[in-house]
Design a protein around this ligand. Structure first.
Ligand code: PLP
Length: 403
């Protein structure tokens, strides 16, 4: 019998689309059947507004004026040095930190930054702690890096960190804590107080175990904040930190695959870690991020697409859905609402929602029960049209409960 030469686990991952992708495909099919306007697709986190003008004008400038051999050529593996220097200067100005080009590695988005970081840090069997709910790809990235993902229900009812639970979860095998803010799926942002406490706990555990415990901060939504609140910059709070950043959401460029990872200049043995970062990039084939988009970065630092559209969407949804009676975690950022399902099974609630053509993602995908994620990076007008469907769904449950 012929045996197909392939890795079974990779086959499994490729063969089984994520719940979010499946729902997105279902939405496309349904739109063909009943018309675009009749389906309320809140499944996917694809920015719905165009990139800012500075992206288009700078790309034109680069294409017409920069030497094409350089523009389309290989850069150094970690990315163009001058671009990395500009990023460091920008961060130092904005956050009053002291980062350097030598510890910045340009990547194809936050996804590559995360896999490079994890592969650089982990040895077989090492543990990475994440707080549930968490971005599902973390499980895949940690597994492939040889580590063990330890999902901790380390958040309280308002989705802030529960430090008692965290402390119990950290063991000798813990090599990293992976956090994400503004968060997908809750929209929450870590507070300065939380970060200070987290930093104290990790430093104490580092001393106890005599090894670095990295704080990896996944920040593709860093700029997507709608209220006037302070967003801490993690390298100012914890030495052994790594930031995984992306321009996918802030500039609405998810398909261009550009971002970076930054090892804090204060990290212990940071030079050695950065060598491991370069080694992981090499082993994974993540060298020399797309060059045109590397050169675009200096033009766009500090710029964003029109994020106020998301604020409008958040406000409309939050106000109306809570008025109907839904329970929602108030989100300060990203473009997601995390809403309590109206029955214990989020999957079955999402199936009922489909009857009203509402496509919501069950929280089970994020390692958490009983909630749904509503991705509101969609047309405002679609949100307005969807409100009556949300209301009907709520009323159906009221009837079921005999109210
Ligand atoms: N991390 C989180 C929390 C995300 O939501 C996403 C994308 O949706 C990513 C990482 C990956 O982003 P990128 O497009 O930069 O690879």
């Amino acid at each position: 019998r012929w045996v197909i030469s392939m890795n079974d686990r990779m086959y499994e991952l490729g063969n089984k689309a994520s719940v979010i992708r499946e729902l997105f495909e279902y939405g496309k099919k349904r739109k063909k059947e009943i018309g675009e306007d009749n389906v309320f697709d809140f499944s996917i986190g694809n920015p719905s507004n165009p990139c800012p003008n500075v992206v288009t004008s700078s790309l034109l400038e680069l294409i017409t004026t920069k030497n094409p051999i350089v523009l389309h050529g290989y850069t150094s593996s970690a990315g163009d040095y001058e671009v990395r220097k500009k990023i460091a200067e920008y961060l130092n100005n904005k956050y009053n930190c002291n980062e350097i080009a030598e510890k910045i590695y340009l990547t194809a988005g936050a996804a590559a930054a995360l896999t490079i970081s994890l592969n650089a840090i982990l040895n077989s069997g090492d543990e990475v702690i994440v707080f549930a709910p968490f971005f599902p790809e973390y499980a895949v990235f940690v597994e492939k890096a040889g580590g063990i993902l330890k999902a901790v229900n380390g958040l309280d009812e308002s989705f802030q960190i529960d430090f008692d639970r965290l402390e119990v979860a950290i063991t000798k095998k813990t090599k990293a804590i992976l956090i994400n803010f503004p968060n997908n799926p809750t929209g929450k942002i870590i507070t300065e107080d939380e970060l200070k406490k987290l930093s104290t706990i990790l430093s104490t555990k580092e001393k106890e175990y005599q090894h670095n415990i990295y704080l990896i901060s996944d920040e593709p939504y860093r700029e997507l904040v709608y209220d006037d609140i302070f967003i801490p910059f993690i390298t100012n709070y914890y030495e052994n930190s790594i930031i995984c950043y992306s321009f996918s959401k802030s500039l609405s460029l998810p398909g261009e695959r550009i971002g970076y990872l930054l090892v804090s200049n204060k990290a212990k043995h940071g030079e050695l870690l950065f060598k491991a970062i370069c080694g992981a990039g090499r082993a994974l084939g993540f060298v020399c991020a797309p060059s045109i988009f590397q050169y675009l970065i200096p033009f766009c630092l500090g710029q964003t697409s029109d994020l106020m559209i998301y604020k409008t969407n958040r406000d409309i949804l939050y106000k109306n859905l809570t008025e109907y009676g839904y329970e929602i975690v108030y989100p300060n950022g990203a473009f997601y609402l995390f809403m309590k399902a109206l029955e214990s099974s989020a999957v079955s609630f999402c199936e009922k929602a489909k009857k009203y053509e509402l496509l919501l993602v069950p929280s089970d995908s994020f390692g958490y029960d009983g909630y749904v994620r509503i991705s509101y990076c969609v047309e405002t007008e679609m949100i307005e049209r969807s409100l009556s469907a949300f209301k009907k769904l709520f009323d159906e449950y009221k009837l079921l409960r005999g109210e």
